[in-house]
Design a protein around this ligand. Structure first.
Ligand code: BDP
Length: 713
């Protein structure tokens, strides 16, 4: 007994009980274990000379000092004298920075970008982190610390960096009662009940994490909105949050419930062309800005899944968006109006957003962005790109990605999203000839827009490690990095994230990266290969239910999406079917339209193909389906084997967590594979090829499973 106690005490003293619970995210700043590197960095970093009096500048100084203390294991003092090894941070208002002729470089960095250079100043070797604004200096400081954390050389730095996208925003689907729609990481971090008087340390840590990856906006509330957030007491709470987030460069946005003028304004209508309604929103905007002067604006889900909107009054999306845009314009606010719309009358849900929005191109006010989900349906593991991208040249289109893994393994699957995001960003829409990539569409360069945006539906909650699955943090990280530099590769982002989050040990980095980079394809294979989509359970969306056919709305039923019958499987979107393909440019139509040339991985999105159709792999469609499902499961088995190899390189706590989760992922992958193949087999009437392990349960068993308390619903 005594012995254990002593042992514990020693452990605590040695600091090794400071369990690695994941709270520190990618900002761990642990002492560098590479001795040579440590010596080199120490030789190059001796003091901090930091300028600026703002709250942001204070944060910068503290971050730099804490970061260096942790990484170098020594207190790097602040001074005003520039000697060898000084890290100089500030704006051109600072004499030394002013004297360094950085004008040309700084001219390229705008209001948020930064310059990091190694240079000589009066014969002394120094490192300068300069920007036009204090927030730029903070971003630059985080970048510098990232270089150290990822073991990069810092001798000859010459970095000029600025964000490609203006609004880089998290969308919290958080309700006022603290539940999180599609949240798998606990409750909402916004403790509305205790606000405005109680400031949780989490808010500050959240802001800091976002600043470290360049995220500059946050929508605090669910798109399925509650008008209460727009009432005075709640606006006071929002103000308290805005005050905490502001020094970190984060603007606060809210979701606007379209019927708020009725619900909290006592009006009889919310018709956007009605004078009193317009006036009500103008007054509301004025009130909000009097409380939060730099309020970002509104995100709106209208006429979608039961949310109220302008169509309730026979008006269109432009009428609705413009009314709100006019209300916030005098204060510099923006409206992010979502294009996620569909209703059961349409003959193909795929087509609807385009049908409703494309004709409105050119009709929106200058401060409106249309926020478009990456694919035409709904955040599925793999979708073709939304045909709206490139099709509305007069309107800035904003990307909406889903960080929270509603359709991609929820809280239990290791799923790194950057490959999925990059697949979309790199896609060529051909709307203005070759090279009209989605990166250029949303960055604004294709159509000369000055405002641009990228949003991610947040995966953050009260769990100690923020995102529940230790690897889910990587998706938050990826959103920030891609919003700043969309041309970064998924591999580069994974590399940085692993080095900061887990380890810099070369082999371990390679192994973990390999798992991450294959996780997208693996998940597509064991859930929805060859272009299958939307075949999960109703409601909570957890697990496979390709047989689902009981909901009133056909477009909520899995059978609507796969259309399996004895002849084949897939949704015919060619001219012979719904002709959704016509919404794309000719080049894209050609690529997908011909069943012989349509890439295998999108086949069932566009064609109803025969079970014995010959795939590009040479296999029949049925055999390919089996092959993909089995390959997906095998990939998870290999992730488990690979993960075992890094045991000695990372902390035990997270090693064990991930190991357990991978085992759940394997079970669930097998469940997806078996349930889907057994069900589709009732149509194909073909055997699962010999040599594959045969399902050990019946289709009836899978159909009988129920999960009344699956999270996030
Ligand atoms: C769907 C989610 C639903 C969201 C909706 C949206 O199931 O909870 O409200 O997207 O994006 O995928 O509005």
């Amino acid at each position: 007994m005594k012995k254990t106690f002593l042992f514990l005490a020693i452990l605590i003293m040695a600091g090794s009980v400071s369990a690695e619970n994941g709270y520190r995210l990618w900002l761990r700043y642990d002492l560098l274990t590479d001795k040579a590197l440590l010596t080199a960095y120490r030789a190059r970093i001796s003091t901090i000379v930091a300028d600026g009096r703002s709250a942001t500048a204070a944060i910068t100084k503290e971050e730099l000092q804490n970061g260096l203390l942790g990484l170098l294991g020594k207190k790097v003092v602040m001074t005003n004298t520039i000697g060898h090894g000084a890290i100089v941070t500030g704006t051109p208002a600072m004499d030394v920075i002013g004297s360094l002729s950085l004008k040309d470089q700084l001219a390229k960095t705008g209001n948020e970008g930064f310059v990091i250079i190694s240079t000589l100043y009066q014969g002394k070797k120094i490192t300068v982190i300069a920007a036009n604004s204090d927030i730029g200096v903070l971003y630059g400081t985080f970048h510098f610390l990232r270089l150290l954390q990822t073991h990069q050389p810092i001798e000859k730095l010459n970095i000029i960096s600025s964000p490609a996208i203006l609004h880089r925003v998290l969308n919290h689907w958080d309700n006022l009662n603290r539940t999180v729609e599609r949240g798998y990481a606990g409750f909402s971090i916004w403790d509305w009940h205790k606000l405005p008087d109680y400031i949780d340390q989490r808010y500050i840590d959240y802001a800091r994490a976002n600043a470290s990856i360049g995220i500059n906006g946050t929508v605090l509330t669910n798109v399925n909105a509650n008008a209460t957030i727009l009432t005075k007491p709640y606006l006071e709470k929002v103000k308290a949050l805005a005050d905490v987030l502001r020094p970190y460069g984060l603007k606060v946005y809210l979701t606007a419930r379209f019927s708020a003028p009725i619900e909290i304004g006592k009006l009889k209508t919310a018709d956007p062309l009605n004078d009193s309604v317009q006036q009500w929103w103008k007054e509301k905007a004025k009130e909000i800005y009097s409380i939060i002067p730099d309020f970002g604006g509104f995100l709106v889900k209208a006429n979608s899944e039961g949310q109220p909107g302008p169509q309730d009054y026979k008006r269109n999306h432009a009428d609705g968006a413009n009314m709100l845009a006019d209300a916030v314009a005098p204060f510099g606010g923006i409206i992010m109006w979502r294009a996620f719309v569909y209703n059961p009358e349409s003959n193909d849900r795929f087509k609807q957003a385009y049908e409703e929005f494309q004709p409105l191109d050119g009709k929106f006010r200058k401060n409106v962005l249309i926020q478009v989900k990456n694919g035409p349906i709904d955040f599925q593991p793999r979708e073709p790109f939304s045909p709206l991208f490139g099709a509305m040249p007069k309107t800035p289109l904003m990307m909406e990605f889903q960080l929270t893994q509603e359709y991609t393994g929820q809280g239990t699957h290791l799923f790194y999203e950057a490959p999925q995001f990059k697949e979309v960003l790199n896609t060529d829409t051909y709307t203005k000839g070759k090279g009209s990539t989605i990166t250029k569409v949303i960055g604004g360069s294709l159509d000369n827009h000055t405002i641009s945006g990228m949003a991610g539906v947040a995966n953050i909650g009260t769990d100690i490690n923020w995102c529940s699955h230790p690897f889910a943090q990587a998706n938050w990280y990826a959103l920030g990095r891609l919003g700043w530099t969309p041309t970064l590769s998924a591999e580069q982002i994974a590399d940085e994230w692993i080095r900061q989050t887990f380890t810099n040990t070369k082999n371990a980095v390679a192994v973990i990266k390999n798992i991450m980079l294959h996780s997208h394809e693996a998940l597509v294979n064991y859930m929805t290969p060859i272009g299958l989509t939307h075949i999960m359970y109703n409601g909570h969306h957890y697990g496979p239910m390709p047989w689902g056919n009981t909901l009133n709305r056909p477009d909520w039923n899995p059978v609507y999406y796969h259309r399996a019958d004895s002849g084949g499987i897939g949704f015919d979107r060619t001219v012979k079917g719904t002709n959704a393909l016509a919404q794309y440019s000719a080049e894209v139509q050609n690529r997908f339209g011909d069943i012989r040339s349509c890439p295998d991985d999108h086949l069932l999105w566009f064609h109803h193909a025969a079970w014995n159709h010959t795939m590009q792999s040479g296999r029949t469609l049925w055999n390919e389906l089996c092959y993909k499902y089995y390959t997906g499961v095998d990939s998870v088995r290999s992730f488990i084997r690979q993960w075992d190899k890094v045991e000695k390189n990372i902390d035990e706590e997270r090693f064990v967590q991930v190991k357990q989760l991978l085992n759940i992922q394997l079970k669930e992958a097998i469940w997806w594979r078996n349930a889907c193949l057994l069900y589709f087999q009732t149509f194909s009437r073909m055997p699962i090829p010999a040599g594959y392990e045969q399902p050990d349960r019946t289709l009836e068993y899978y159909k009988s499973l129920r999960f009344p308390f699956a999270p996030g619903n």
